[in-house]
Ligand binder design. Structure first.
Ligand SMILES: [Ca+2]
Ligand SMILES: [Ca+2]
Length: 244
């Protein structure tokens, strides 16, 4: 069944052709390509044909679609309901599904209610709102203390005379901060800071524009990462001596 208006599919394909004017098109000159032929008088009888690429614009102009029909089942079988599965991947032979299965909107998160809107598709709404410093456990929907990211593999990558590069991992995307002090002297201070949310963290102490460390000197270092909730955690402290 072709339930989409033909005008809509033409608009999509003309947009694809317009892109080809400005970018190298995947279709090489003189080669054969598949199009899904949609007979204007009998759109339900769509079928894949192979054409010369130089005939593409003419085919698109009368409503054919670029690609095989089976690759376009989501479009060809669209019933206008975002909550039903239309794409079988085999609509050219088997036709569109007679009874459509519902879209699975379960996000595997017990902290959200999952529903479907026929226009917008899946909606996952947060229903458990925790107080500051707590986070909803997606398995139990219970608010628990937010201990921040779990830091592992905190280690030295390279050591120079005036800089040290460190790496660590976090179990969730988080920021990167590195604190340091001369061994046993004073309090730790922030030496490098990266607000980007990453799970693999590389950071250079100190940042290049902050001058450098002293050569052949022992420093104590630890990493801190914070998640989007603001909860942070610290690594263990390690000691590193810069090169002579
Ligand atoms: Ca649908
Ligand atoms: Ca959910």
């Amino acid at each position: 069944m072709l339930t989409n208006p033909l005008g809509e599919t033409r608009t999509l394909l003309l947009a694809v052709l317009s892109i080809c004017i400005f970018l190298p098109c995947a279709v090489a000159a003189g080669t054969k390509i598949d199009v899904c032929h949609v007979p204007p008088g009998n759109p339900d009888n769509y079928h894949t044909i192979s054409i010369n690429d130089n005939a593409l614009s003419a085919h698109v102009a009368h409503g054919d679609l670029l690609d095989s029909c089976n690759a376009l089942c989501a479009n060809l079988c669209d019933d206008g309901d975002a909550c039903t599965i239309d794409d079988t991947g085999d609509c050219e032979i088997a036709g569109c599904p007679v009874e459509r299965l519902p879209v699975d909107c379960d996000d595997s998160n017990a902290c959200t209610s999952d529903s479907c809107d026929s226009l917008d598709g899946c909606i996952n709404t947060e229903v458990v709102v925790c107080q500051s410093g707590e986070i909803c456990n997606p398995e139990t929907a219970i608010c628990e203390p937010d201990g921040g990211p779990v830091i592992t593999e905190f280690s030295v990558v390279t050591v120079g005379r005036s800089s040290i590069t460190l790496r660590w991992m976090t179990d969730i995307p988080a920021t990167s901060q590195l604190f340091f002090r001369l061994e046993g002297v004073g309090s730790f201070e922030l030496g490098a800071d990266d607000p980007d949310l990453e799970t693999e963290h590389f950071i250079v102490l100190p940042t290049p524009f902050d001058g450098g460390l002293d050569a052949n000197t022992d420093y104590e270092l630890f990493a801190r990462s914070a998640s989007t909730t603001g909860a942070s955690s610290d690594s263990n402290v390690i000691m590193v001596r810069t090169r002579r």
